[in-house]
Every structure is written in structure tokens, then in C-alpha cells.
Design a protein. Structure first.
Length: 444
């Protein structure tokens, strides 16, 4: 039984259908996403909509739970306690292929690193299947990759904590937790539960990439995996790091300078960290270093991730709508703030998912001229960051940009990095970013 439709649920349905496996779809929504596509492709599949039935779950042989649903929902927990197995798309995927898997997780930067790793491997002549938890146009659900897996050399999967909860053991060729910060506290009972879910990525991995700047990136002491290291503050002797000279920052390998970070198309210290993480993965699978360097220099980054939109009256506008948690926004502010001549006007707010916004206070004090706040948790953010920075309120993105424009001075940058989910105002962070970008262009 597939619990929860959506893109992942439809992918699971296609996979089971191709195997001739009997199943039904259960979703609590009256008209879930992709229902029309499911019924057009598989009209014979039973669909049960509305309030979850404990008896329906208890009579299933297995529940394939979509990542948007917590396995701690009462009906799912009750089924599990009675012996019904709980699984998910990544679990099924990992048991269905012998192709080596590179599994990338973390609180921030997963999509950037996954796509950069895929680019490095592809540029080196390897055939790569890229998918998993990636967003928007670049998103391919993991199980959809199996249909075209002939001659694939590596699968690169972005995996979320939600997917890892329903995964027994990925057995990845390379696994890494990029970084870790508070997120999804509306889903987990505490931060340790969130970390425990992330650490499931290490199960029986052959190689593990470790970020020395993040203690939570470390695998269990009992691991037999080969370890590869990177870091910016805590740099490995045998891995990738950075050094500074004459106000320039250089990427290094084993202490030797490779190139200046000014040669990268993506900006900010958080993106330098993403680059050396991807280079470490490439090293772990034996990619030639000179080829890797050329690939990372060409990488232009992802939409909605500190993406430059326009310069209007001497002010730059950046779209970081993917900054859906506090850690991501801290990284975006710091990265941009260190590379611009003046100050940032931050546009933030939305649904904070129960997060603590206090970590924003010191970073906005260092780099921001003002904050323009929108959405459900605007007041909560203001309570955390005032008086370190002046706060202004706006009812929508257009008003937020008008306010930001009136505050900004030449040399400043206006940064949309909400530190919140978008669902209180927008369909998703992609729509939020598109509206921001369109609104910026209309100012010209």
C-alpha cells in the first residue's frame, strides 16, 4: 500500500505496476497532487481518499510511506506495532540496483552538491543517474531512475531525513552529511531525532565524506568505511580545504593551492564549502583532479539559491528562496555579506516550522542594514533580531521589494532568504522565488 500520493507516490506506483505487484493508494486529501495522472495511467488501481483508516493500514502487508508523511502518525504507528513493514522509495531503490550510489544529505546545500557531483562525474565521461529529493525541474524521483539504468556508472541521490526514516540501509558507495542545523522541528520531537534520521545514511557505506567543520558529519566510531575529509575552518592534511593570501581565498588539496575562489561562478563561503565537498566526493570515486577543477569552475549554481537577478540603481537583488531554515539564511547572509561592498537588506519570513530565530541576530547585526519581514512568523523573527537591525513589515512580496528599495543605498544588496517555509503564502519556495524575481524585474 502506498500512503500519500504526490510525485514520489506516483513514482512508487509506476514501479510496483511495472513489477506486477498489487497495491492501493491511500491519501488523506480529497484530491492529492498527481491523482489525475495516476488514474489516467493505472485506472484499475484502487484509491482510498479521506481520513486514514487504522483497519486499512493494519490489513496491509507493507506501507510505502511518502516522505511528506510522518511515520509517527497514529495509524502508521499502530500498523507498525502490529507487524506491518514500513518502507519508502529510497529503501526500495537501494534494494533494487547494483549500481553504486552516492548519497548526499544534510540540512543545507544538498541539491547544489548533488548536482555538482553529477556534473563532475558526467564531465569525466561517466554515465550518471541524478535524482531523489532534488527540487523542481531537476527533480527525478529515485525509482524513476531505474527504468533507464542500463550502463549507468553511478547514481547520485539527494536524500532527506524524511526518506531516510523509511530506509533500512542504503549501502552507498559514498555517503555524506554535508552539515547539520535545526530544521523540521514541526516533524521531530527534538533535534536528536532529526540527527538520528540523517545518520541512517551511513549504514554499511563503503566510503564516507566528512565535513571537519561539523561534528555531526562524523560517522559512528564503529564504521569500517574509508573516510575522506574536507573543511574550511578545520582543514585536513590529506583532503580539500582553503587558504587565504593577499585578501584572496584559494581552494587547496593536501595544502597546495589549486585555484582562487574568485574563479567560481557561485558565491559565498557556504558555496565554497559545497564545492570542496563535491570535490572530495569526486576524489573518493577516483575522478582526475584537473577534470574536477574545470567542472567546478564552470558550475553556475541552482535557481533560488543566492541567485543574482538584477542590478537596479546600483543595488543588486538576489533570490535565495531555497533558504527555508535558519541555517541556510545564516549561510546566505554571511556568504553574500563577505563578497559585497556594502550592506544587505534582508527579506525574510513565512512559516518558521517551530524554529528558533535567535541565531540570525548576530549575523544580521554584522551584515544587514535592515530586515523586511513577511508572512506568518514575521513578528517572531523581529522579536529575535531586534534591536540588532531595524525591522519593517510587508503584506506581500511587492510591498517588501518597495520597502527594500526605499531603504537600500548604492552598493547594497537586497536578499530574499526567508529562513522559513513558504506554505503560508505560496505554493512552494519555487513560486516564492519566481514571484520575487518577476517583481524585481518589474522595478527596472
Amino acid at each position: 500500500m502506498i500512503v500519500g500520493l504526490g510525485k514520489t507516490g506516483l513514482s512508487c506506483a509506476r514501479y510496483l505496476h511495472s513489477k506486477g505487484e498489487p497495491f492501493r493508494i491511500v491519501d488523506s486529501r480529497a484530491h492529492p497532487p498527481y491523482l489525475d495522472a495516476l488514474q489516467a495511467e493505472m485506472p484499475e488501481v484502487a484509491v482510498e481518499l479521506g481520513e486514514f483508516s487504522a483497519s486499512t493500514f493494519a490489513n496491509a502487508s507493507a506501507l510505502i510511506v511518502s516522505p511528506g508523511l510522518s511515520i509517527r502518525l497514529p495509524a502508521i504507528e499502530k500498523a507498525a506495532s502490529s507487524g506491518v513493514s514500513i518502507t519508502g522509495d529510497i529503501d526500495i531503490f537501494s534494494k533494487s540496483t547494483n549500481v553504486p550510489i552516492i548519497a548526499v544529505t544534510g540540512s543545507n546545500g544538498k541539491s547544489t552538491v548533488s548536482m555538482l557531483v553529477a556534473k563532475i562525474l558526467s564531465d569525466a565521461g561517466l554515465k550518471v543517474g541524478l535524482g531523489g529529493n532534488l527540487d523542481a525541474a531537476e527533480s527525478v524521483p529515485a525509482l524513476d531512475l531505474l527504468s533507464g539504468s542500463n550502463n549507468v556508472d553511478y547514481f547520485v541521490l539527494e536524500v532527506s531525513s524524511f526518506q531516510l526514516e523509511t530506509t533500512d540501509c542504503i549501502r552507498a558507495e559514498v555517503a555524506l552529511i554535508l552539515n547539520f542545523s535545526e530544521d523540521h522541528m514541526d516533524r521531530y520531537k527534538d533535534i536528536q531525532s532529526y540527527l538520528d534520521a540523517k545518520r541512517r545514511v551511513f549504514c554499511e557505506s563503503r566510503k564516507i565524506v566528512v565535513n571537519l567543520d561539523c561534528e555531526f558529519s562524523q560517522p559512528p566510531e564503529t564504521t569500517d568505511a574509508e573516510l575522506f575529509y574536507f573543511g574550511m575552518e578545520n582543514q585536513p592534511h590529506e583532503g580539500f580545504g582553503i587558504t587565504q593570501n593577499d585578501k584572496q581565498t584559494f581552494v587547496t588539496y593536501r595544502g597546495e593551492k589549486l585555484f582562487s575562489t574568485n574563479e567560481l561562478k557561485i558565491r559565498g563561503n557556504h558555496n565554497v564549502s559545497n564545492v570542496i565537498a563535491a570535490m572530495t566526493v569526486a576524489s573518493a570515486v577516483g575522478i582526475n583532479l584537473s577534470s574536477t577543477i574545470e567542472s567546478v569552475k564552470q558550475f553556475a549554481g541552482l535557481a533560488n539559491r543566492c541567485q543574482w537577478i538584477a542590478n537596479i540603481d546600483g543595488v543588486d537583488y538576489y533570490n535565495d528562496s531555497k533558504g527555508t531554515n535558519v541555517g541556510a539564511t545564516v549561510a546566505a547572509i554571511e556568504g553574500l555579506g563577505q563578497s559585497i561592498p556594502n550592506k544587505i537588506i534582508l527579506i525574510a519570513g513565512g512559516d518558521g516550522k517551530g524554529a528558533d530565530f535567535l541565531p540570525l541576530k548576530s549575523i544580521v547585526e554584522s551584515y544587514c542594514r535592515a530586515a523586511v519581514l513577511i508572512g506568518k512568523d514575521a513578528r517572531k523573527i523581529a522579536n529575535a533580531i531586534e534591536p540588532a537591525v531595524s525591522c519593517h513589515y510587508a503584506s506581500d512580496m511587492t510591498e517588501a521589494l518597495q520597502s527594500s528599495r526605499s531603504i537600500a543605498q548604492p552598493g547594497d544588496s537586497v536578499l530574499l532568504s526567508p529562513a522559513c517555509a513558504s506554505f503560508d503564502m505560496y505554493r512552494d519556495y519555487i513560486q516564492r522565488g519566481e514571484i520575487f524575481s518577476e517583481s524585481v524585474r518589474s522595478l527596472q
